[in-house]
Design a protein around this ligand. Structure first.
Ligand SMILES: [Ca+2]
Ligand SMILES: [Ca+2]
Ligand SMILES: [Ca+2]
Length: 170
């Protein structure tokens, strides 16, 4: 189980939502910074399940009290079975060729994945991990559709009602 507490928008966890947090998201999107699972939750202030430039814009809006700013400033306390990113199979915060390899190795019977890793690997959302998922992850790295749920925030809770956590841990 993973528990994340904090304030939406406070990506760096210093207790304040300000432009520094927006710059953290910009660095994340550039690929020069990785986020922990709890930082992913704090960063998705518009609540669409993915961290984008819109979230950074909302934080910038909030810091000067301009609408819209989504969930910025609200506190959260989330306990989940798994928190991560779809496509980040090795759970290091980055989606790269290692993740695609992990999925393929699993398909070939050469690697064991944890339940959370299996969920992260099932990026086409059909409930099983196949070579298609490995292909989707490889496509995401080059920005080529289709890549399914790659890059979306993964939250699985025992009593989950959000769309992002419909997957059942087997
Ligand atoms: Ca902050
Ligand atoms: Ca978002
Ligand atoms: Ca799949």
């Amino acid at each position: 189980m993973v528990t994340c507490t904090g304030i939406y928008g406070d990506v760096n966890g210093d207790g304040v939502v300000n432009i520094t947090d927006a710059s953290f998201i910009a660095q994340y999107l550039e690929g020069t910074r990785t986020f922990t699972p709890c930082q992913l939750i704090a960063a998705d202030v518009d609540g669409d399940g993915i961290v984008t430039a819109t979230d950074a814009q909302y934080i910038a809006n909030y810091s000067v009290l301009k609408e819209p700013y989504g969930k910025c400033g609200q506190s959260f306390n989330i306990t989940a079975t798994c928190i991560g990113l779809y496509g980040d199979v090795d759970e290091n915060g980055v989606i790269n060729s290692t993740d695609s390899s992990y999925a393929l190795q699993y398909v070939l019977g050469n690697r064991i994945l944890t339940p959370c890793q299996l969920i992260a690997a099932d990026v086409d959302g059909d409930g099983i991990v196949t070579a298609t998922d490995a292909q989707y992850i490889a496509s995401y790295i080059t920005g080529t559709q289709p890549y399914g749920k790659c890059g979306q925030i993964l939250i699985v809770t025992p009593t989950c009602t959000q769309p992002t956590c419909s997957f059942v841990v087997l």
